[in-house]
Design a protein around this ligand. Structure first.
Ligand code: CS2
Length: 488
């Protein structure tokens, strides 16, 4: 089957939406680090829309840091790909033209650094996942002993980490003409722009201190909140693309219909006409961010561990079980008490909408995928609201249940003894701890609860600690389904 390409764009079937501008002549204006499914279904779609309404050379140079897969998917098809929007009814297919180049750091590092340095580039955006920053987020400090970071401190001319590549690119730009730049973090971290600002500055202090004044004066780090449920692409998505498009698309991504992007209005450069295509520019993203991380992502994690421990494949199947649905809603209500008012949002409606989105029967979002990397996700999703409630002297039974479910997941087996692989940035460390306490899961969990990076001071609270341990004991004996039902 012929691959999707520029020359066959005009031959797509009528229902397939396509770029409403001259893709072939589009120049590059954005470098994006982390060209995975999420970027392709989110920021690239907004950019495609913005170019169609407002023009401008806002083509995206997409970069993969760890794997050549995206390049192999996109380059042979002129970097075109489709988004399959699924809702349970008829799927909607749309071809995106905004990505104009796909590079892999493994063998194109020089080109990537040159792209960040070139004056045409005005924005460097990132979706490298929580663990991709290799940082202690609470302390806003790179993990200096992380192998990639340690490597980059020695060889900043050959960087491997996201931070290293970014700083090397910034340095090349500083040396060239030093034109301003906007660095736009799009990962699910609290105050993501502020955190990235601090990480870049601390890293720069060690490798290129002479760049600090320019960094301070010319590079902006606005925060942003991104939202769209985008599961890993399924093998049948590629097969189905042939029927839907008439051409085979190896870069297809699937996504829910919902999409949201809120950005702090603090750029050092121009930007695409994103404000004309649904992106909200605000003075502070903080209230939006807390709501999204604590309600959506918090409930997502609760559902992921609940379902994974019962051997349930997807989030939709998990939220279809009444006990899990009410635990997710219970968590949202509990965490909602820690939020400031969000301009233009009714938090009750937001929660109802989230339950509907999670239940989307067509999305096929695996519990296993969301369960990944809890050590990097829990602090902003579950622990921040717990801390907030502790300060008011209030317990957090639903968050305690979710934390306990994560701790059980870390054991690598459920109450029935079925085993699973623990996918976490720190799984080696957890596995070593667990092995030392083979016959004593409670001792293992007590040890993990002392981890400052994840729990900070919250587990110094006897209330929280004992709530978690009680829930853990219940999940270990009876499973998440029975424990969640008891909670309700
Ligand atoms: C999910 C998120 O994998 C996860 O941890 O909670 O990727 C979630 O789907 C997105 O943040 C939705 O915007």
């Amino acid at each position: 089957m012929t691959r999707l390409s520029l020359s066959n764009l005009p031959h797509l079937p009528a229902p397939v939406a396509r770029p409403d501008y001259d893709v072939a002549s589009l120049g590059l204006g954005i470098v994006h680090l982390g060209i995975g499914a999420f970027h392709r279904a989110h920021q690239a779609v907004y950019t495609d829309d913005a170019i169609a309404v407002g023009g401008g050379d806002w083509g995206i140079c997409g970069v993969s840091l760890k794997s050549p897969t995206a390049r192999a998917q996109l380059s042979p098809q002129d970097n075109l790909y489709s988004v399959r929007e699924v809702s349970g009814g008829t799927d909607r297919w749309r071809v995106i033209g905004a990505v104009r180049e796909t590079l892999f750091a493994g063998d194109q590092l020089e080109t990537i650094i040159a792209r960040i340095a070139q004056g045409e580039t005005q924005i460097v955006s990132l979706t490298v996942t929580e663990k991709g920053y290799a940082a202690d987020i609470a302390e806003r400090e790179p993990l200096w002993s992380h192998p990639d970071i340690a490597h980059d401190l020695e060889r900043i001319d050959q960087p491997m980490s996201a931070l290293g590549v970014l700083v090397a690119g910034l340095y090349a730009r500083f040396r060239k003409r030093g034109t301003p730049l906007t660095v736009l973090c799009c990962d699910n971290l609290p105050d993501n722009g502020g955190v990235l600002h601090d990480l870049v500055h601390r890293f720069t202090e060690r490798v290129y201190p002479q760049m600090l004044p320019w960094l301070r004066d010319s590079v902006a780090f606005p925060s942003s909140v991104v939202d769209r449920i985008v599961p890993a692409t399924k093998p049948n998505d590629v097969a189905d693309s042939a029927a839907a498009l008439g051409f085979s698309d190896h870069g297809v991504v699937r996504a829910e219909p919902f999409s949201q992007w809120v950005i702090e209005d603090a750029f050092a450069t121009q930007r695409p006409d994103w404000h004309r295509v649904g992106v909200q520019f605000v003075e502070s993203v903080a209230p939006f961010e807390a709501m999204k991380l604590r309600l959506l992502n918090g409930a997502h994690s609760l559902l992921a561990y609940s379902g994974a421990l019962e051997g349930i494949e997807t989030i939709a199947e998990t939220v279809a079980k009444p006990a899990f649905r009410s635990a997710a809603l219970g968590l949202m209500r509990e965490s909602a008490t820690t939020l400031d008012a969000v301009p233009g949002v009714d938090v009750g409606n937001y929660q109802a909408q989230l339950l509907t989105r999670f239940a989307n029967p067509a999305i096929g979002h695996r519990t296993w995928q969301v369960a990944m990397d809890g050590s990097q996700k829990l602090p902003q999703r579950l622990i921040a609201p717990v801390r907030h409630r502790l300060a008011r002297g209030e317990p957090s039974p639903f968050a305690s249940y979710a934390v306990a479910a994560w701790l059980t997941y870390l054991l690598g087996r459920n109450h029935r003894g079925d085993s699973h692989v623990v996918a976490d940035a720190r799984s080696v460390e957890f596995e070593a701890l667990r092995a030392q306490r083979e016959n004593d899961p409670l001792a293992f969990v007590a040890q993990v609860l002392n981890d400052q990076q994840i729990f900070g001071d919250t587990t110094a609270s006897e209330t929280f600690r004992s709530d978690v341990l009680r829930q853990f004991d219940s999940i270990l004996q009876h499973g998440t389904a029975a424990s969640a039902a008891a909670l309700a």
